[in-house]
Design a protein around this ligand. Structure first.
Ligand SMILES: Cc1cc2nc3c(=O)[nH]c(=O)nc-3n(C[C@H](O)[C@H](O)[C@H](O)COP(=O)(O)OP(=O)(O)OC[C@H]3O[C@@H](n4cnc5c(N)ncnc54)[C@H](O)[C@@H]3O)c2cc1C
Length: 416
């Protein structure tokens, strides 16, 4: 097994270093102490964006939900996210087609697009104040991907019924002021403040009756009628089902042959002077295995992230922060030379990757009452939304064939 973050010793501080520009002085939702053993229909372990989405959806369906977090909800990886809420997946449609065939790959892409649409609708319906903005994306040529490769990807997306427009060098430069060989421009994505989004969802879940409790899950006993979860205190929680939403810290019994832990870095500039951002504030990401990505914020900053590598150790990750910050400033100036490079925020975070860019969602093999939602790369939040809908279906006893694409024990499509 590749190195992982240990379940017991990994605290939220190990999941990220530095500081991101999120939260805007808002306080975390209240959570109670566990003062007795309790029973619940669904226990969600982890109060980040994944757990909050799952809890909100189940509570809205009238399910009795309890969320536990061992620290402050939202202050794990969610607080380090750059929150580009894209339907385009880390693996291009062409790559995914190579792994699983066109029909399956196209269906995953369409479901991802539907997830962003669903999330947008949810934020609107609940009126969550989280700087949520519909955005288009620019997927720009970089590294090994040339204009012909991007054009092929565009044609494949068109065949899948996905929206988008191919831009050659001239079109990209004249319309967006970006000097790259080509790009695909696509509507249908969004950005947000991930911490306010997560907290808003958790608050809504609580208003609908979900309990939010400060406790550590230390052991899980999957029994025929319920799961008994031991905690760090004298009390246990008995649940008909458990949803594991513990982010990049996965319990040992969740085994995946295709998941690796890595690290990512990001910076946010000082607010730019008005008119100094690219025109539509598109989410920009590079079509390359090693890529940078950039977005703007509601208060006029530019965020650029990337430089991902396979560092797992949190102190080594944080030691690299000055060097990665310099590299990100350099990348920003190449991408958008007009930017004021003054950096207000820099941070790092643990990150996950899978061989096919897809998450791990579903029942844990051998533990039918324990569901898991893991393996999030650059589309973490889009996939967390999808997980909340899939796991609610599994809870209701319904499974669909397409869920298999996310199975926790699926083999690697790249293995010979
Ligand atoms: C630098 C960076 C940039 C990113 N950019 C993007 C992006 O642009 N778009 C995107 O969609 N995604 C992005 N991601 C990924 C995204 O942030 C993650 O997918 C997402 O935040 C994961 O949320 P989570 O709720 O699963 O995990 P977390 O936010 O880590 O929440 C897990 C919670 O579980 C709790 N916990 C753990 N173990 C226990 C236990 N035993 N008992 C009780 N509680 C426990 C923790 O305290 C924590 O609060 C990025 C990530 C990083 C690091």
């Amino acid at each position: 097994m590749p190195p992982q973050l240990g379940t017991q010793e990994t605290a939220q501080d190990d999941l990220h270093g530095g500081r991101a520009p999120w939260g805007n002085g808002v306080r975390a939702p209240r959570h109670a102490q566990l003062s007795q053993s309790i029973k619940t229909d669904v226990l969600v372990v982890g109060g980040g964006i994944t757990g909050s989405l799952a809890a909100q959806h189940l509570a809205a369906r009238g399910v009795d939900v309890t969320v536990i977090d061992r620290e402050q909800p939202g202050l794990g990886s969610t607080a380090a996210s750059t929150a580009m809420l894209q339907w385009e997946i880390d693996c291009s449609l062409a790559e995914l087609t190579g792994y699983y065939g066109f029909d399956r790959a196209a269906s995953i892409y369409r479901r991802s697009a539907a997830a962003v649409e669903g999330l947008s609708g949810l934020v609107r319906a609940l009126g969550i104040n989280c700087a949520f903005r519909p955005r288009s994306t620019l997927y720009i040529a970089a590294g090994e991907t040339d204009p012909a490769g991007l054009h092929d990807e565009h044609i494949l997306r068109e065949r899948a019924g996905l929206p988008g427009m191919f831009l050659d060098h001239g079109g990209l430069l004249s319309r967006f002021g970006i000097d790259r060989a080509a790009a695909i421009f696509s509507p249908g994505s969004a950005d947000a403040d991930p911490l306010l989004l997560s907290w808003g969802l958790l608050r809504d879940a609580a208003l609908r009756g979900a309990r939010v409790i400060d406790a550590v899950a230390t052991a899980y006993h999957d029994e025929p009628r319920a799961v008994t979860v031991e905690t760090d205190g004298p009390f246990v929680i008995e649940a008909r089902h458990v949803i594991l939403a513990t982010g990049y810290v996965m319990p040992d019994f969740v085994r995946s042959a295709i998941h690796r832990t890595a690290s990512s870095w990001a910076i946010a500039t000082a607010p730019q002077v008005p008119g100094n951002l690219w025109p539509g504030g598109e989410l920009i990401w590079e079509a390359s295995e090693i890529y940078n990505y950039a977005r703007t914020t509601a208060d006029g900053r530019i965020i650029i992230g990337g430089g991902d590598d396979d560092t797992v150790d949190p102190s080594e990750r944080d030691r690299k922060m000055p060097q990665k910050t310099e590299q990100l400033v350099d990348s920003l100036m190449k991408l958008w030379p007009a930017a004021n490079p003054a950096v207000d925020f820099y941070w790092s975070g643990a990150f996950g990757e899978t061989d096919d860019g897809l998450p791990l969602i579903g029942a844990v093999p051998g533990m039918p009452r324990v569901f898991a939602a893991y393996g999030y790369g650059g589309n973490g939040i889009t996939f967390s939304f999808m997980a909340s809908r899939m796991l609610a279906e599994l809870y209701a006893g319904r499974s669909e064939r397409w869920f298999d694409a996310f199975a926790i024990d699926r083999p690697s499509p790249t293995a010979n």
